[in-house]
Design a protein around this ligand. Structure first.
Ligand code: GLU
Length: 239
C-alpha cells in the first residue's frame, strides 16, 4: 500500500502530482506512474520502475499537458516491480485509467471471466481487473459504471478513477485503506495521506469506507454506501 495523488483544477496537473508523490516518498515504493488527460483530451499514461525522479526523466519530451490527472507510487503485492505492473492501469480502449492501493482479493475469478469475454491483460497485477471491469460494465455514465465495478470487487482499496470521455471528473472511493480529499478554490486534490496536499490546502475531507466522491474543479459530491448523497465535515489541518 503506497502513495496516491489526484488533481483537478485550472493549473497544470503534472507538477502538482509529482510534488505530491515526492511528499509521500517516505513511505517507500518500487515504481511510479502518472495519467493525465491532455489539453487535446488524450489520455496519456507514463510509468517507470524506480524513483519518482526516474519517472520525471522518462516524461522529458512527452506530452504532460492537462489540468486533470492521477499519480501513484506502488508497493507491489501482485506482480513484480516493473513498468508494466506500475499504476495507473487502463482499459483496452484506453478510456478508463485508475490507481489503487490495497489488494483486490477476488481478482483471479474476475480476470478469468474477463479473459473469456475477450479482455486482454497487460500486467500481472490484481489492480488491472478493475480497469477492464469498468470497460465491460460501462453504461455511458461514469458514476454509474464505477458503482457497478465496486459491486463486483472484494478486498481492500483506495481507488481513484478517470474517464477520458468525462474529462471534468475524478471519482474516488475506499475500503480499509486511507483516502483524503483536499478542498481548494477552483481546484481539488485527492491523496492517500495529508502530507501530499498540505502545501496546497489545509481543508481536508477524510473518506470513510464505502463512501464515494465525485470530484470536479468547482465541486465535490459525496455519496454513502447506499448511493445517497451526504454532507461531510471539513477538517482544518492545524499542524
Ligand atoms: N495490489 C496492487 C499491486 O500490486 C497495489 C499495490 C499498492 O498498494 O501499491 O499493484
Amino acid at each position: 500500500m503506497c502513495g496516491i495523488v489526484g488533481y483537478i483544477g485550472q493549473r497544470k496537473a503534472y507538477p502538482i502530482l509529482i510534488k505530491g508523490l515526492k511528499r509521500l516518498e517516505y513511505r517507500g515504493y518500487d515504481s511510479a506512474g502518472v495519467a493525465l488527460i491532455s489539453d487535446n483530451r488524450q489520455l496519456n499514461v507514463y510509468k517507470t520502475k524506480g524513483k519518482v525522479s526516474e519517472l520525471e526523466t522518462f516524461v522529458t519530451q512527452k506530452d504532460i499537458s492537462g489540468s486533470i490527472g492521477i499519480a501513484h507510487t506502488r508497493w507491489a503485492t501482485h506482480g513484480e516491480p516493473c513498468s508494466v505492473n506500475a499504476h495507473p492501469h487502463y482499459s483496452s480502449s484506453e478510456r478508463f485509467a485508475l490507481i489503487h492501493n490495497g489488494i483486490i482479493e477476488n481478482y483471479m475469478t474476475l480476470k478469468k471471466e474477463l479473459i473469456e469475454k475477450g479482455h486482454v491483460f497487460k500486467s500481472e497485477t490484481d489492480t488491472e481487473v478493475v480497469a477492464h471491469l469498468a470497460e465491460e460494465l460501462d453504461d455511458g455514465d461514469f458514476l454509474s459504471t464505477v458503482r457497478k465495478v465496486l459491486a463486483k470487487i472484494e478486498g481492500s482499496y483506495s481507488l481513484v478513477f478517470m474517464d477520458d470521455s468525462d474529462p471534468d471528473t475524478i471519482i474516488c472511493t475506499k475500503k480499509d485503506n486511507p483516502l483524503i480529499i483536499g478542498l481548494g478554490k477552483g481546484e481539488n486534490f485527492i491523496a492517500s495521506d495529508i502530507p501530499a496536499v498540505i502545501n496546497r490546502t489545509r481543508q481536508i475531507y477524510i473518506m470513510n469506507d464505502y463512501e464515494l466522491a465525485v470530484v470536479k474543479k468547482d465541486s465535490i459530491t459525496f455519496y454513502d454506501h447506499d448511493d445517497k448523497e451526504i454532507t461531510k465535515e471539513i477538517h482544518e489541518v492545524t499542524w
